[in-house]
Ligand binder design. Structure first.
Ligand SMILES: Cc1cc2nc3c(=O)[nH]c(=O)nc-3n(C[C@H](O)[C@H](O)[C@H](O)COP(=O)(O)OP(=O)(O)OC[C@H]3O[C@@H](n4cnc5c(N)ncnc54)[C@H](O)[C@@H]3O)c2cc1C
Length: 596
């Protein structure tokens, strides 16, 4: 049976030592969250994930969700009670607006918490995750009446939320949606159409489900310019806030799928369901982007969370499993064989996972702190810079964390040999659960396109220029630090390659758009590797500073070894990415479609 220990100490080290937590003291929400409060919240969150959610992960996978003939969906045993405890603990509303019953704590705390919840039980984590995203879209774009009616219970998690974009014939290309919205005389709309693959679309964990649905108002232009966003509750809400009649939206079926069995993936049939417009007519994708961006960061964290829990279980196994002898002579001569952790190839797999996890966690914390800055900084320049950073890094971390997260789950499974393939070990569940993260919230190929097609050229390249500037400034500031020098040189080299790749895209992507599409996957991964190397340099600086004060410990000291491993054995992939992407589109486009 797998186990999980939330990496609370690592999150705290990143906040305090790497990102200088006090620096954020000027943000109003941080007044409520001094570091001792942060520590207490994270350690309680860790315990909840370990003790309540993780024990339901395997059973939830085995039992899955079930739908009855009336369209009601039951979640696996224990999910309902765990969700009730999660809501009562205030975890859903941790960073919610206090005006609607939230706790008003900084957003980074909710992100850090989500890593633990995801690692413990991804299927469970998706219910509150989608609720937070739906509440955020309503908070930003909803009118006062809608907010008053729905936000309080969504903020606390008493009602859950969903995101309804996908239809049978379109997932990526939402301009093709057919779901219709017909204006009613009373300011509401009637929604008709079918949405598929709706996560948490129907379940028994909350008394109401608030669907955020995109649809086309009669007479609206074709394509993405004619899409509007609506709110359609499962149960209509009376003026006094009590629940009224059942709305005309039913769960037609739930999917039988590869993983995340504890999360219901519903087909929702809308048959004139009563709904209200969120934001402006025909600007629905704009409003939905609030939710999609939050959800993309959430899915990035899913990649990291699964990679972490898979690592922990593989490392424990490698220290225990006796097989063969060390190439340099027996390490445990008193035993029939050495533990497999002595074998360089087993170490390679474990270190590749861990060297990703710890730098990825740093990148996640940095982006999460940026979200707070973007929302609240009193300094307009800092606010804009933080917003630019999030916009640029969102597709990168969604694509890279989930591609690597899945690959890491497979590597961790490999460490267990045949036992990793057997259900009881739990490793094959991590692999199955991790697979979807590369697909939903925009398949990773589409994240890469978003990066090269939209995020790079946006505002004349302001965000990417600022990122290069931040990395270069760090290198320049620390130039004279001899102890840090070995960690800086690889960052400088990777940054050079990334700049070269960016220049190549500018010169060749405009000339032939297929060049941009052909380069996008490698460019996204080159960017990700460079950002992770930058994180390792920042982590190394913090560890060296702790060592200089005599305040380090074994766990922190080991980070220097991990940074060296990353630079020696993982970062060289940057050269391959650069070579591949700058070979252009020719070899990809050479064959006619009929030849495939
Ligand atoms: C378990 C599960 C849960 C989900 N949850 C939700 C949910 O809660 N709400 C919701 O609305 N949807 C949800 N989805 C849908 C999911 O977001 C879509 O499946 C995903 O966006 C891809 O769309 P698609 O399946 O139609 O694939 P397609 O759009 O048909 O794409 C197929 C392939 O083509 C590639 N591709 C498509 N267009 C381009 C392009 N222009 N350039 C390059 N490559 C391209 C894609 O990257 C992909 O690899 C869920 C799906 C699953 C399986």
């Amino acid at each position: 049976m797998p186990s999980y220990k939330a990496p609370v100490d690592d999150t705290l080290f990143l906040l305090k030592d790497v990102f200088d937590f006090d620096r954020y003291g000027n943000l109003p929400r941080f007044a409520e969250a001094p570091i001792d409060v942060v520590e207490a919240v994270l350690s309680e969150a860790g315990k909840f994930a370990e003790k309540v959610l993780q024990p339901l992960n395997r059973s939830g996978d085995e039992e899955g969700c079930t739908r009855d003939s009336s369209g009601n969906v039951a979640t696996p045993e224990g999910f309902k009670e765990a969700y009730k405890a999660y809501v009562e603990g205030g975890w859903v509303g941790l960073a919610g607006d206090p005006a609607y019953g939230g706790q008003g704590l900084p957003h980074f705390l909710a992100v850090a918490l989500s890593e633990y919840v995801i690692a413990a039980n991804l299927s469970f984590a998706m219910y509150p995750g989608l609720t937070n995203g739906a509440a955020a879209a309503l908070w930003v774009h909803g009118d006062d009446a809608l907010k008053r009616t729905y936000l309080p219970k969504m903020t606390t998690g008493e009602w859950t939320g969903t995101m309804n974009l996908t239809e049978p014939h379109c997932g990526t290309d939402l301009g093709l949606i057919k779901t219709k919205a017909v204006r009613q005389g009373d300011g509401s709309f009637a929604i008709t159409g079918q949405k598929i693959f709706i996560s948490a679309g129907e379940h028994d964990m909350a008394e109401n489900i608030i669907h955020l649905v995109i649809a086309r108002i009669e007479g609206a232009p074709a394509g993405t310019k004619g899409i509007s966003l609506f709110l359609a509750p499962k149960f209509l809400v009376n003026a006094d806030g009590s629940l009224g009649a059942r709305n005309a939206v039913v769960c037609g079926s739930i999917e039988h799928k590869m993983g995340i069995h504890g999360n219901s993936t519903a087909v929702l049939n809308y048959d004139g369901a009563k709904a209200w417009l969120i934001g402006e007519e025909n600007r629905g994708l704009n409003a939905m982007f609030v939710m999609m961006n939050a959800a993309r960061l959430g899915v990035a964290v899913q990649g990291l969370g699964l990679s972490e829990v898979a690592y922990q279980n593989a490392a424990a196994y490698a220290k225990d499993r006796l097989q063969g002898r060390s190439l340099t002579g027996a390490k445990e001569p008193g035993k029939p064989a050495d533990p497999i952790i002595v074998h360089p190839d087993v170490r390679r797999m474990l270190l590749e996972i861990r060297a990703f996890n710890e730098a990825a966690r740093a990148l996640m914390v940095w982006v999460a702190l940026s979200a707070d800055e973007a929302l609240e900084s009193p300094d307009p320049a800092a606010k804009r810079a933080a917003d630019d950073r999030i916009g640029l890094l969102t597709p990168i971390i969604k694509g890279v964390f989930t591609d690597v997260g899945f690959a890491n789950a497979v590597k961790a499974q490999q460490v267990l040999g045949g036992h990793g393939y057997i259900a009881q070990s739990g490793m094959e569940q991590f692999v199955r659960d991790a697979r979807i993260t590369m697909i939903y919230e925009g398949a990773n190929g589409v994240q890469a396109l978003d990066l090269v097609g939209r995020k790079l050229p946006k505002d004349g390249g302001r965000a990417v220029t600022a990122f290069f500037g931040e990395v270069s400034a760090f290198l320049a500031e620390n130039k004279g630090d001899a102890a840090l020098a070995p960690y800086l040189a690889p960052v400088k080299a990777a940054l050079g390659k990334l700049q070269q790749a960016t220049m190549w895209l500018m010169q060749n992507g405009m000339r032939n758009p297929d060049n941009a599409g052909a380069a996008s996957h490698d460019y996204m991964h080159l960017f990700g590797l460079t950002a992770l190397a930058f994180m390792w340099a920042r982590i190394a600086k913090a560890v060296l500073a702790r060592q200089a004060k005599g305040k380090s410990n074994e766990a922190l000291d080991s980070k220097l070894a991990l940074a060296k491993f990353f630079n020696a054995r993982m970062l060289p992939e940057a050269s391959a990415h650069l070579a591949r992407l700058s070979s252009g589109a020719e070899t990809l486009m050479a064959l006619p479609a009929a030849a495939f």
